[in-house]
Structures are given as C-alpha cells and as structure tokens.
Design a binder for this molecule. Sequence first.
Ligand SMILES: CC(C)(COP(=O)(O)OP(=O)(O)OC[C@H]1O[C@@H](n2cnc3c(N)ncnc32)[C@H](O)[C@@H]1OP(=O)(O)O)[C@@H](O)C(=O)NCCC(=O)NCCS
Length: 139
Amino acid sequence: MDSPAPGPAAEASIDMAVADIEEAKAESRIYCGIFHGKKMIGVVSYVPSRFEFRPVDAFILLLMIIPPYRRKGIGGEVIGHIEKEICAKGRVKAIIGTLHVNNPDAIRFWQKHGYKVVGGPEVSPGKSTVYRLRKEIQQ
Ligand SMILES: CC(C)(COP(=O)(O)OP(=O)(O)OC[C@H]1O[C@@H](n2cnc3c(N)ncnc32)[C@H](O)[C@@H]1OP(=O)(O)O)[C@@H](O)C(=O)NCCC(=O)NCCS
C-alpha cells in the first residue's frame, strides 16, 4: 500500500501486510479489507474480545485508509461497525488500542471517536513508540 507506515518502517509494503496477516491468524485476530465497490481502499485489524485472555477487552490493532479516501468519514464508519459488532457480543467493557506518537492526525481521529490516551509514550512489542488508547463501552 502506497502510504507512510505509522510504525518502525518508513513505508508499508506487501511483505509487511503478508506477515501481519499470518500473525493475525495465529492470534485469532480479524484482518479485513475495506472496499469501495470492488476497490480495496484500506485495512482494519482487531481482536473482538478476550484480548490477552481478558474476556472484557477488545483491541483494535490497525486501521488504514488510502490517502485519496481519507477525511470522508470512512474511518469513522468502519470504527462504528466494529464497535457495534463488539457490543453485540455483550461481554466486552473496553476497547483498547495503541497509536504511534508521531501521528497527530490519528490522535485527533481516535479522540473524536471517544478514545482516550491512557498510557505511554512507551515502546510496543513491534518496537514503535506508542500511546495506549482506551474507550469504555456503555452496554
Ligand atoms: C486515521 C485514519 C484511519 C482516519 O480515517 P478517515 O477515514 O480519514 O477519518 P474520518 O474521515 O472518518 O474522520 C476524520 C476525522 O479524523 C481526524 N483526522 C483524520 N485525518 C486528519 C487530518 N489529516 N488532519 C486533521 N484531522 C484529521 C479529524 O478529527 C477528522 O474529523 P473532521 O474531518 O471533522 O475534522 C486515516 O487518516 C488513515 O488511514 N491514516 C493513516 C494510517 C493511520 O494513521 N492509522 C491510525 C493508526 S492505526
């Protein structure tokens, strides 16, 4: 994907995507394409419940929309769908995420959708410097 990667590598690549898909399978993490008609315009990856064996926690690992489709409400719509799916299962009480510190646009995005910075900056297992995000779910 032709887009800056908000992580340790300067650019996202097909190899990175393939490695992440394999990791997602191993972790029972959902990895989905986001489509506009037949065109793939982004990806999202999340754990809908039982993140790190905690039944009450979900985790959003990645949301990326390609540049021409940003700022059109698509990212917000995707997050809305994921939250609805997570809430429908009934046990989850919080959605957790991490966010690269050098990504002020994304910080605004997550805050707009009710996510609070609750930790960091800290070095993630993937060696990025991140903030920790959290949104409490009202069931
Ligand atoms: C962050 C991202 C997922 C947001 O998706 P999107 O479809 O562009 O977001 P939406 O259109 O639904 O929401 C836009 C809101 O996000 C924030 N935002 C997103 N991009 C912004 C930018 N470039 N400048 C300022 N605010 C921005 C604003 O709050 C904006 O609300 P506004 O338009 O009312 O000001 C997308 O920009 C992206 O893929 N960025 C690169 C990858 C990334 O950083 N992912 C997040 C970390 S996993």
